[in-house]
Design a protein around this ligand. Structure first.
Ligand code: MSP
Length: 488
């Protein structure tokens, strides 16, 4: 059961991964943020007390790499600079996150220390010597069998052979409890194909993992041995609690498939050991390519989401990403495909609907009232839309909403209001404006700016989900700027 807040509202807690500071955000990171932002806004619309968390993962070798690359001598200063760059990127994209956690903050460090001491007291930490193959980019050790052709399966680079004294976490102890939890909670790991991969990994056998490195300055020292710092993942995962301990457990952790095993194996085992409840769902979306190629700075195809939003509008970018790629599947970013959706679905279907309606409404001096058209009412399916979002099929939800938008356009074409006047015109206008008011509510989580623009042109207040039915129209329509400019 989802938790209740003190105000009696149902709570909803959603997270993104916290991002590394070796570089700025690209379109792949923005995708995760936009998905989470849309879900956060949807649950606010449902009247829930939402907590949407993101942040930056700073106690990693990647922060040092970034400092070197950007010419900073002082790593902490660099972390401040780069973390605020991420924070600003999300602001510019209109993200509605409620908090932004930095893992160099004292609130985080304190929670990590407490968390570790619980695990330690439960006898799940021991000291040993580690020999292994370490991928600098993953910040993780691999076994021979994890590698592909001797290389890291994610970064395709040769791992380093390392031997050092480490503290270990008894991950192996949690094999059967993890399998049991996954079995008893069918929605714990989504989608299904990813869940199967995780179950297979656990069934193959889990080894204890090293969770510390001999300290070399950057990182959180172990509270019971200051010569060591935490392995970055042990520290980073705890961000989901440290941001706001009273919010735990999360309803959904969203990430791409690259880091699912950290979230779906190591994190739940850590939580079991420290005696915390587990998150309700761990959802891995797919990986993004650009024009068919893996996103990488060296290929020069790491698209800047702020640039794209500036060029086409934030809502067009959001719409494209949410509509084009079924959540969970891999997808491709292409400007051509974005333009097509912008021109057809946004400018033609939605933009024209609003501008046609308002042009007519402005000319019309009579009363905007009448009976809801049965055909239009039938094509509005709020329950189906809600179910689709609930099942995280955002692209299907959008498709349903567009079905209604197209029905409203068809309604205008069929009624030919340009031939009508008086009460009969008032009734057609009533139906079209009421449809637009409802559309504005339905799209508000996905296209928040557009929804506000529609409300202001209709002269109606921001709606809630209770408003998803035809009522008497009470707005004061006034034509404003066009919603979407077509792209060439
Ligand atoms: N710092 C870790 C996460 C720690 S969470 C406790 C990390 N950071 S990251 O900066 O590399 O971000 C990885 C995440 O960014 C992915 O899981 C995904 O959410 C997003 N993406 C990065 N590149 C992406 C694509 N090409 N496609 C889709 N998502 C992408 O891992």
């Amino acid at each position: 059961m989802p938790g209740k807040s003190s105000r009696g509202k149902e709570r909803f807690f959603i997270t993104t991964p916290i991002f590394y500071l070796n570089d700025t955000a690209h379109i792949g990171h923005a995708y995760t943020m936009i998905v989470c932002d849309a879900l956060a806004r949807w649950h606010r619309l449902l009247g829930k007390d939402v907590f949407f968390l993101t942040g930056t993962d700073e106690n990693s070798g990647k922060t040092r790499q970034g400092a070197r690359k950007f010419g900073y001598k002082n790593v902490a200063k660099y972390a401040d600079f780069m973390s605020s760059k991420w924070r600003n990127t999300w602001k510019k994209l209109g993200m509605s996150n409620d908090d932004f956690i930095r893992t160099t903050s004292s609130r985080h460090r304190k929670t990590v220390e407490e968390f570790y001491m619980k695990v330690f007291k439960n006898r799940d930490i021991y000291k040993g010597s580690y020999r292994g193959l370490y991928c600098e980019s993953c910040e993780a050790f691999y076994t021979e069998k994890d590698l592909k052709g001797g290389k890291c399966p994610v970064h395709k680079i040769l791992p380093q052979a390392l031997e050092e004294e480490n503290y270990f976490f008894r991950l192996s102890k949690y094999e059967s409890r993890l399998l049991e939890h996954i079995k008893e909670n069918p929605n714990f790991i989504r989608p299904e194909t990813r869940k199967r991969e995780i179950v297979n990994l656990i069934r193959d056998g889990l080894r204890d993992i090293s969770i510390s490195r001999p300290g070399r300055g950057w990182g959180i020292p172990l509270p019971n041995d200051r010569e060591h710092v935490f392995w970055v993942w042990f520290d980073a995962l705890v961000n989901y609690i440290s941001a706001n301990p009273s919010r735990w457990p999360a309803d959904i952790h969203v990430m791409a498939k690259d880091i699912l095993r950290f979230h779906a194996i190591i994190w739940p085992a850590m939580l079991m050991s420290a005696e915390y409840p587990l998150p309700r769902m761990i959802f891995a979306h797919g990986f993004f390519t650009v024009n068919g190629e893996k996103i990488s700075k060296s290929l020069g195809n790491a698209i800047d989401p702020v640039y794209m939003a500036g060029k086409y509008g934030t809502d067009a970018l959001r719409y494209f990403l949410l509509r084009e790629i079924p959540l969970g599947e891999d997808g491709d970013f292409s400007e051509e495909a974005l333009k097509q959706r912008l021109n057809n679905e946004l400018a033609n279907d939605l933009g024209n609907l609003l501008s046609r309606a308002l042009t007519m409404a402005e000319k019309f001096g009579g009363k905007i009232k009448g009976e809801p058209d049965p055909g239009l009412v039938k094509s509005l399916k709020p329950k189906r839309i809600m179910e689709r979002v609930e099942r995280l099929e955002i692209h299907h939800a959008l498709d349903e909403i567009w079905g209604f938008i197209r029905a409203a356009n068809r309604y205008i074409n069929e009624k030919e209001p340009w031939r009508l006047e008086g009460e009969r015109l008032g009734e057609v206008l009533y139906n079209v404006l009421e449809s637009l008011r409802i559309i504005s509510i339905l799209i508000s989580a996905f296209l928040p700016e557009t929804s506000e623009k529609i409300n202001s042109q209709l002269g109606v207040k921001t709606g809630s989900l209770e408003g998803l039915e035809f009522r008497p129209f009470s707005g004061r329509p006034k034509k404003g700027e066009i919603l979407f400019r077509k792209a060439r």
